[in-house]
Design a protein around this ligand. Structure first.
Ligand SMILES: Cc1cc2nc3c(=O)[nH]c(=O)nc-3n(C[C@H](O)[C@H](O)[C@H](O)COP(=O)(O)OP(=O)(O)OC[C@H]3O[C@@H](n4cnc5c(N)ncnc54)[C@H](O)[C@@H]3O)c2cc1C
Length: 415
């Protein structure tokens, strides 16, 4: 979709009347080559790369609500690639590289901002973990530098580096190429480009069953009727176990609520992202001026997009101690999303025992940063019917072989 200065002026004058739709809202066709379940960023990216990289365009994305209404529109938008193990580092780095050019590729401003992400250390263990991860990152060619409390204070003057607080800042690690992006724009950008390739994006269409005959998928049952498909890629974050079960799969996934909040908007005070796994709080400032504040997961399993007040209390305690200037700020809103977590805190991007049925899930608290990379490798896996080198290790089989990719240190509360 191209705009000239005249069309933009005309649209401004007409007060949004007659604006072209960003994507169509077609009725489902009786049959597709590929159905993608879930219209979050990952599902839409998969559809886009199926068309762009593999020429597969007879595709429908089925979304039970609205595009990006799941975790894509609920996350705190942190993008980074400083993971411990080679497998994760390579995958998240691919994603970060795609993010760097995404606005150009999609012809849509996803507002990617490499403002840097700092992870804080509050004890000896944190310091050692950050140093170990730093060595691993540098071996993988990923930028990562250890920073002293004084350097952190210079970068972010609002932080309290007093040694007398309960969890003093002993140091940190910074990835300067990391940062954040506008989450809705990522979903909308992928949706627009997928639509331009002729892919059907169908909202308010919940998948309620998966049809399997002789060990092979044949289609889906939906709230808008049955639809046939040769292949199905499921990307239903928050409901992966439910959708997996429709195809007879029992996934090693737990679902938890993860909460976040924003403050009222204030003048610019912070131009980087700072995360603390130990204190369970992380902070950045949006372009609107709100402080965007994340927390740890709620401890119990739940499908509610609403969490416990104790998590918020804990988050605010840590926040006020580390960033005392926030004490008199008002919270504008809090929200929650359901995150699916695997036992090793790494995702599943895999073929399954059902022919033609592929799963992409288990991104836990940190899948926004992976959106482009995840879509790219999942499209490859569906099109080529085999994993790409980048996602081979993220196969479901690892839960049988024991070749887990333990990223609890890099993931935890972190994103
Ligand atoms: C509060 C919070 C903060 C976070 N912060 C970060 C962060 O800073 N950085 C980061 O990298 N990650 C973060 N995450 C994690 C990140 O949001 C997710 O990992 C990522 O967005 C998952 O993307 P997705 O496209 O797979 O999921 P979603 O956007 O959730 O998309 C899945 C879609 O599937 C749909 N669906 C489910 N079941 C069905 C069905 N049966 N039929 C049809 N549709 C179905 C859902 O409605 C949903 O829209 C955060 C998450 C939360 C909740």
């Amino acid at each position: 979709m191209k705009y000239s200065i005249f069309s933009l002026l005309r649209q401004a004058r007409d007060y949004h009347k007659n604006w072209p739709q960003a994507w169509r809202s077609p009725d489902p066709k009786p049959e597709y080559d590929v159905i993608i379940i879930g219209g979050g960023g990952h599902g839409l990216a998969t559809a886009y790369y199926l068309a762009k990289e593999h020429g597969i365009t007879n595709v429908a994305v089925l979304e039970r609500g609205w595009l990006g209404g799941g975790n894509t529109g609920r996350n705190t938008t942190i993008v980074r690639s400083n993971y411990l193990w080679d497998e994760s580092a390579n995958l998240y780095e691919k994603s970060l590289q795609l993010f760097e050019d995404l606005s150009q590729d999609l012809n849509y401003n996803v507002m990617f901002s490499s403002r840097g992400v700092i992870n804080l250390a509050h004890n000896e263990h944190d310091l050692k973990e950050l140093a170990r991860r730093g060595h691993a990152c540098r071996l993988n060619g990923i930028d990562y530098e250890l920073v002293s409390p004084e350097q952190i204070k210079e970068i972010a003057p609002i932080i309290n580096i007093s040694k007398s607080i309960r969890y003093p800042v002993l140091g940190g690690a910074m990835q300067r190429r990391a940062g954040n992006a506008r989450h809705d724009a990522v979903a909308w950008g992928y949706a627009r480009r997928a639509d331009e390739y002729g892919i059907d994006i169908i909202q308010n269409c919940e998948v309620t069953g998966i049809d399997v005959a002789n060990g092979k998928v044949t289609g889906v049952q939906t709230t808008r009727g049955p639809i046939k498909a040769r292949k199905i890629g499921a990307v239903p974050a928050g409901h992966a176990s439910v959708v997996g079960q429709m195809a007879g799969l029992r996934l090693p996934i737990e679902s938890h609520c993860l909460q976040a909040m924003v403050s009222e908007p204030i003048k610019p005070v912070l131009d980087t992202v700072i995360m603390s796994n130990t204190v369970h709080v992380y902070i950045s400032q949006s372009d609107k001026g709100e402080l965007v504040l994340g927390a740890g997961i709620d401890g119990f399993n739940s499908y509610a997009q609403k969490g416990g007040i104790d998590i918020i209390e804990h988050q605010l305690e840590g926040l006020c101690e580390l960033y005392p200037i926030v004490k008199r700020l008002r919270v504008m809103r809090t929200w929650g999303g359901i995150v699916d977590i695997c036992p090793d805190a790494s995702p599943i991007i895999s073929k399954t025992s059902v022919e033609g049925f592929y799963m992409n899930c288990g991104w836990g608290t940190g899948g926004f940063k992976a959106t482009p990379g995840s879509g790219w490798v999942f499209a490859y896996t569906i099109a080529q019917e085999r994993p790409h080198d980048l996602n081979e290790a993220f196969d479901l089989k690892r839960f049988e072989t024991g070749l887990l990719i333990d990223e609890h240190g890099a993931a935890a509360v972190a994103h």
